[in-house]
Design a protein around this ligand. Structure first.
Ligand code: NAD
Length: 246
């Protein structure tokens, strides 16, 4: 990963932070983007103190002009963009469809789905200029099946898979691979709103008998970002402790 530049959105916490650490350990130039600059700066400090190369750029992924500025920042700082991980996301409003607010629907679609379109629009444009790259979009198992109370989240995560497949059809011949990762429930701050009983219910949905760890998902993201997965494009990889086997 030496001299490779990677952008990771939502890199200040959870899965994104674990991916940032993994790419930094492998010698990449890591651009962490997040809406939370306090946590983002903290992750940068940790990576740099371990000898890694990392910078933080504050971004709201729901704002296309900020996603364009993020890519420009990576190009200005490190010269090119090789890998992009579109990971930032929220849990969003938990309600059945009839009770879901219109604002709740619009918010989850813009933060969890439109953001991936904005990201790819500018990331792929930069990669085309430098001759190739790899984009990893973070979907969910809820990109493959529904989940009562999470219509917006599930719709957004299904949408990411459609965007990923379409991007692969459009750009694979130009040496840009685009793939999606579908984590089961992972023990990150995203689940902080859940009480112990709810977490136990989630654990029971995973045949492996526990929630996933951020680092486990980061390993798959890293592999898809790296040349080790050079024949893989347009694919959706569940990483879910068996959740989808039910
Ligand atoms: P997390 O809450 O630990 O991290 C998400 C990060 O995204 C945070 O640092 C947050 O500040 C950032 N973020 C939120 N809104 C943003 C915005 N508008 N602009 C920029 N940054 C923003 O969550 P996580 O569990 O690590 O989730 C990472 C991704 O994995 C998300 O896309 C999530 O949907 C997906 N995912 C998580 C799970 C899980 O169980 N944790 C399961 C499947 C998929």
């Amino acid at each position: 990963m030496k001299n490779k530049t990677v952008i990771i959105t939502g890199g200040a916490s959870g899965i994104g932070k674990a991916a940032a650490e993994l790419f930094a350990e492998a010698g990449a130039n890591v651009v962490i983007s997040d809406i939370d600059s306090i946590q983002g700066d903290e992750v940068i400090r940790e990576i740099r103190s371990g000898g890694g190369i990392a910078s933080f750029f504050k971004t709201d992924v729901a704002k296309p002009e900020q996603m364009e500025a993020l890519v420009q920042y990576a190009l200005d700082t490190y010269g090119k963009l090789d890998i992009a991980v579109n990971n930032a996301g929220i849990g969003g409003e938990q309600n059945t469809i009839t009770d879901m607010s219109l604002e709740g629907w619009q918010k989850i679609i813009s933060v969890n789905l439109s953001s991936v379109f904005y990201g790819m629009k500018y990331q792929i444009a930069a990669m085309l200029k430098s001759g190739g790259g790899s984009v990893v979009n973070i979907s969910s198992i809820l990109g493959a099946v529904g989940f009562a109370g999470s219509a917006g989240y599930s719709a957004a995560k299904h949408g990411i898979i459609g965007l990923t497949q379409t991007a692969a059809l459009e750009y694979s011949a130009q040496n840009i691979r685009i793939n999606a990762v579908g984590p089961g429930f992972i023990d990150t701050p995203l689940l902080n709103a859940m009480d112990a009983a709810m977490k136990n219910q989630l654990i029971a949905m995973h045949p492996i008998g526990r929630l996933g760890k951020s680092r486990e998902v980061a390993e798959l993201i890293f592999w898809l970002g790296s040349e080790k997965s050079s024949f893989v494009t347009g694919s959706y990889y569940p990483i879910d402790g068996g959740y989808l086997s039910k």
